[in-house]
Design a protein around this ligand. Structure first.
Ligand code: ADP
Length: 308
């Protein structure tokens, strides 16, 4: 069983001829609404990849709550631990210009009041707890501590930023997933020194029993645990929109690890899901299913290299 403890948002997207400067109004045609939040995206991705998933988080008592949860509900994610609090659902207001450049304003809403106490009685030995960095650092740290006490494995995704507060948690988790810039930030905060080399960031984040995965976009990933290092090249796909690639990767990786797949298979399935998510628009709407992940994973080579 996977428990995702994280953010639930609604994204409001407006396509604009250009992004506004401070004080300026720029008008676009229509807006679109997308369910989002990294916690929700990853819960959905893990469920679509075949895992049993419980979401622990919060929405407000407002008009946005139902739309933020609809995809999770449809995918069969257990929402009984999503609390409906007085206040507003988290939202992201996103402007996108014709070149694809964006400007994002977020309001955390009730995500800022999510408490690790809600995990009480929800974590079991052998389960997997999946965390990201969209909640405040305190509940994330407390969730890691609770999981340790319960014998629950922890996968921590550094997105959207690998700050020092997060670096302090790396030691206590079983799997850390970071993209290239998050990994560089975390490695620096852990005293690894400044280097542009992703393999070195990955080495700094890994441990004898801790799997570190640094995702490298179209270049794939590097991963390390103990003396083993793996390189995986991303498959070539027709890229439509890379939004949600990281969340699809984390969800599928978590689903594979939760069902007991070995590290190499889990990396292949994560890579397949990340690539497939790039072939459709949106974050949740592009989340691939078990069959397409499995089929593409067969064609992905995971190369074991010696850790230097
Ligand atoms: P994030 O979205 O968190 O920044 P990445 O861009 O590193 O994360 O993407 C996560 C994973 O998704 C990559 O490791 C890769 O497997 C897959 N991916 C991302 N971009 C592409 C792409 N252009 N082509 C194929 N796979 C991709």
């Amino acid at each position: 069983m996977i428990t995702v403890f994280g953010s639930i948002n609604l994204d409001l997207v407006v396509v604009l001829p250009r992004l506004p400067a401070p004080g300026e109004t720029v008008v676009g045609p229509d807006h679109q609404l997308f369910a989002g939040g990294k916690g929700a995206n990853q819960a959905l991705a893990a469920a679509r990849a075949g895992a049993r998933v419980r979401m622990v988080g919060a929405v407000g008592r407002d008009v946005h709550a139902a739309a933020a949860l609809v995809n999770l509900e449809r995918a069969g994610v257990d929402l009984s631990d999503v609390r409906h609090l007085d206040g507003t659902t988290g939202i992201a207001m996103i402007g996108v210009d014709e070149a694809g450049e964006n400007l994002i304003m977020c309001a955390s809403g009730v995500n800022a009041r999510v408490s690790a106490d809600w995990l009480e009685g929800r974590l079991a030995r052998g389960d997997l707890l999946v965390l990201q960095r969209e909640l405040s650092p305190e509940p994330i740290a407390e969730a890691v501590a609770r999981a340790r006490l319960c014998g629950t494995r922890v996968l921590l995704n550094a997105a959207p930023s690998g700050d020092a507060a997060l670096a302090r948690l790396v030691e206590g988790v079983d799997v850390i997933v970071a993209n290239a810039s998050e990994a560089a930030e975390l490695a620096l905060a852990l005293g690894a020194g400044e280097t542009p080399v992703a393999d070195l960031h990955c080495a700094a984040l890994s441990g004898p029993d801790r799997l570190a995965v640094v995702t490298l976009g179209a270049r794939g990933l590097v991963a390390q645990m103990g003396g083993k290092r793996w390189h995986v090249a991303a498959p070539e796909v027709e890229v439509v929109d890379t939004t949600g690639a990281g969340d699809a990767f984390v969800g599928a990786l978590a689903a594979a690890l939760d069902r007991g797949a070995d590290v190499e298979r889990a990396l292949a399935e994560g890579t397949a899901a990340g690539a497939l998510a790039c072939t459709a628009t949106g974050a949740q709407s592009s989340s691939p299913d078990t069959a397409s992940i499995a089929a593409l994973a067969e064609r992905i080579t995971v190369t074991l290299v010696t850790a230097g």
